[in-house]
Design a protein around this ligand. Structure first.
Ligand SMILES: CC(C)(COP(=O)(O)OP(=O)(O)OC[C@H]1O[C@@H](n2cnc3c(N)ncnc32)[C@H](O)[C@@H]1OP(=O)(O)O)[C@@H](O)C(=O)NCCC(=O)NCCS
Length: 220
């Protein structure tokens, strides 16, 4: 896999198909990650986790000049002792984010401000509208969802903050954070629509990186 060099302010989003493609296997994972992989009862969940963790190791290792297995990825959770929190890299100025849904894995990595990536498979979710849409928001639910979740992954808060607490631009408009639970966030946040392929929506959020350049690449 050819991994192009990255420059400050640039982010790569790597795509993989964990269910139908050839992706990294469990041999790349560290013992804690292997333990997590083995704890999944459903094959599809195990495959999504394994491919995402392995892909992050491959890409981060190449950028940092470290063997993939030796990259120190911290996944501490601030709420419990399980290693399922936001992944952070040991090198100053490097940020990353992971998302998986259906047959898609996205790994974002960059020399940027904090990153959040989110991919969701499009399906019929009408019952979720009250949990996603804020005042005045209507249209493609999954586009709102990925824009909002990407923001909350970039801040590291995740779903500790309700998706209805932030407002984003409508699906047919340039993606932007319109209003947030913290007044400073809209001006600090850049959103980019990603291209996960038919049947999926995806978005990348970056904090404090106004000239963000995004390159999407296929792994394998
Ligand atoms: C972050 C979060 C929104 C992702 O949920 P999701 O839509 O089911 O899953 P995605 O595939 O898009 O993202 C999962 C990835 O988000 C990352 N992640 C986990 N917590 C995160 C956080 N607080 N901020 C940013 N990224 C986070 C992990 O890399 C995870 O990948 P992994 O499961 O392979 O380790 C959700 O896990 C969350 O809100 N977590 C924080 C709240 C929480 O539940 N804490 C646990 C208390 S014990």
């Amino acid at each position: 896999m050819l991994i192009p060099r990255l420059h400050p302010g640039e982010c790569q989003v790597w795509w993989a198909r964990p269910l139908t493609g050839a992706g990294p296997d469990a041999a790349l994972l560290d013992p804690i990650e292997r333990g997590r992989a083995e704890s999944y009862r459903r094959d599809a969940d195990r495959a999504r986790f394994t491919v995402a963790a392995g892909l992050l190791r491959l890409v981060a290792g190449a950028h940092l000049g470290v063997e993939p297995r030796a990259v120190e990825i911290n996944r501490a959770c601030p709420d419990c002792d399980r290693p399922h929190g936001r992944p952070t890299l040991p090198a100053d100025g490097w940020e990353c984010s992971i998302s998986h849904s259906g047959d898609r894995v996205a790994v974002a990595i960059g020399r940027t401000g904090p990153l959040g990536v989110d991919v969701e498979e499009v399906s019929d979710h009408p019952d979720l509208a009250p949990m996603v849409l804020g005042p005045g928001e209507s249209g493609d639910l999954v586009t709102y969802w990925v824009r909002k979740e990407a923001v909350l992954k970039a801040t590291g808060e995740g779903l500790r903050v309700g998706l209805t607490e932030i407002l984003v631009s409508p699906p047919d408009a340039v993606p932007a954070l319109v209003r947030a639970h913290r007044a400073d966030l809209p001006a600090r946040t850049t959103l980019r629509t990603l291209s996960p392929g038919d049947g999926y929506r995806a978005c990348l959020a970056a904090l404090d990186t106004p000239g963000l350049a995004v390159t999407e690449l296929q792994a394998g």
